[in-house]
Ligand binder design. Structure first.
Ligand code: PLP
Length: 381
């Protein structure tokens, strides 16, 4: 029997529950770079921490268990995981991406990726016909975020899997926004799942981490080889912090989601707020698609204010909510995508996506909902 997801957040898979030295209940931090060999040709299973480390291995097994992955590598940041993923491709390969990806991923693709001879194009994958039309002779992968960042468009993962199958493409999904608690792309046919573990998985706005999980054994060994070669490894201490964060993933996400739904509705009714983008609102265009492929909506909300002045005033007046980039932690954050997360995205692309000077993104935390709403009310007054 496999445990249910809340239990797996704490214990991993049933058969994994291990005895730690001295019966420690939490996994020890094996703060070591190297491991002694019992004899020539013998290994304890660990040789050098760039390649593997017991604290990190435990974290990787927990994330694999949550994502239903064959294997997971834990990286030093989400971008380290994205960069590692690019190492799977060769000069001349084309990757078709969702058009409003995390800004750092776009920067990575357009600078480092292009320099390596990789090609990228960006389409609105929430319309699968546009995605199909974007496939070229040299396309090797679909790179999807759903819901997307920051405009919360939902891409149909079943359709993406069909396209990937027909055209022999890898399906890569950045699952940072919904986490394995709400969505498991590998179970829907994705080949690779990427996470910024800095966000919901870590959950406390205190640690950078990233993950690359795969459902396929052959891909897993290729990724493991690249991982130890380029050295994207997460430190033992940060691995411990991620393990600790993930233990409370289920309770944090339930609370964050219920807070987010109340805030989304409250914002909708406010006369200084124009459009509210939250996939948990039944009127969101991606509501049904999201529900068919996940178990929840997460806690990311974007909205347009009536004027740019209102947006600026909100950022300056909030007292409880913090004006900061990042997302997914217990603290509620308000972000100005135009200047922060998407500052390096070309202006005309931002304009087309609606990332304007009156566009804000909120990551809803686990504070008392009344306190959050009072803070928003004050900031909008
Ligand atoms: C933050 C983020 C990343 C990058 O992760 P870091 O941990 O900041 O390097 C990638 N994708 C998404 C969707 C993100 O939100």
């Amino acid at each position: 029997m496999e445990y249910r997801i809340e239990t797996r957040c704490i214990h991993g898979k049933e058969q994994m529950i291990k005895q730690h030295p001295f019966g420690t209940v939490s996994v020890p931090i094996y703060q070591t770079a190297t491991f002694s060999h019992p004899g020539i040709g013998h290994s304890t299973g660990y040789d050098y921490s760039r390649e593997s480390n017991p604290t990190r291995s435990e974290l990787e097994e927990v994330v694999s268990s949550l994502e239903g992955a064959f294997d997971t590598v834990a990286c030093s940041s989400g971008m380290a995981a994205v960069t590692l993923c690019l190492e799977l491709f060769h000069r001349g390969d084309h990757i078709l991406c969702t058009d409003d990806l995390y800004g750092g991923s776009v920067r990575e693709f357009e600078t480092v990726g292009r320099k390596r001879g990789l090609e990228f194009s960006y389409v609105d994958t929430s319309d699968w016909k546009l995605a199909e039309r974007g496939i070229q002779k040299n396309t090797k992968a679909l790179y999807i975020e759903t819901p997307s960042n920051p405009t919360m468009k939902v891409t149909n993962l079943y359709k993406m899997k069909e396209l990937a199958k027909q055209h022999d493409l890898l399906l890569i999904v950045d699952n940072t926004f919904l986490t394995p608690y709400f969505q498991n792309p590998l179970a829907l046919g994705a080949d690779i799942v990427i996470h910024s573990g800095t966000k919901f998985l870590g959950g406390h706005n205190d640690t950078l981490a990233g993950f690359l999980s795969t459902s396929r054994e052959s891909l897993a060994s290729e990724i493991r080889y690249l991982y130890k070669t380029v050295g994207s490894s997460l430190s033992p201490f940060d691995s411990f912090l991620l393990l600790r964060g993930i233990k409370t993933l289920s309770v944090r996400l339930e609370k964050q989601q219920s807070n987010a739904l109340e805030i989304a509705r409250w914002l909708q009714d406010h006369d200084k707020i124009e459009d509210v983008y939250y996939v948990g609102l039944p009127e969101h265009p991606g509501y049904d698609t999201n529900l068919a492929q996940s178990r929840g909506f997460g806690s990311m909300i974007s909205f347009h204010t009536d004027t740019p002045e209102t947006a600026r005033r909100m950022l300056e007046k909030i007292r409880l909510i913090t004006y900061a980039e990042s997302l997914g932690g217990v603290e509620s954050l308000l972000t100005y995508p135009m200047l922060q997360t998407h500052g390096d995205v070309p202006a005309e692309v931002r304009e087309r996506l609606g990332i304007t000077d009156s566009f804000l993104r909120m990551s809803v935390g686990i504070e008392n909902i009344q306190d959050l709403i009072e803070d928003l009310e004050y900031a909008l007054s």
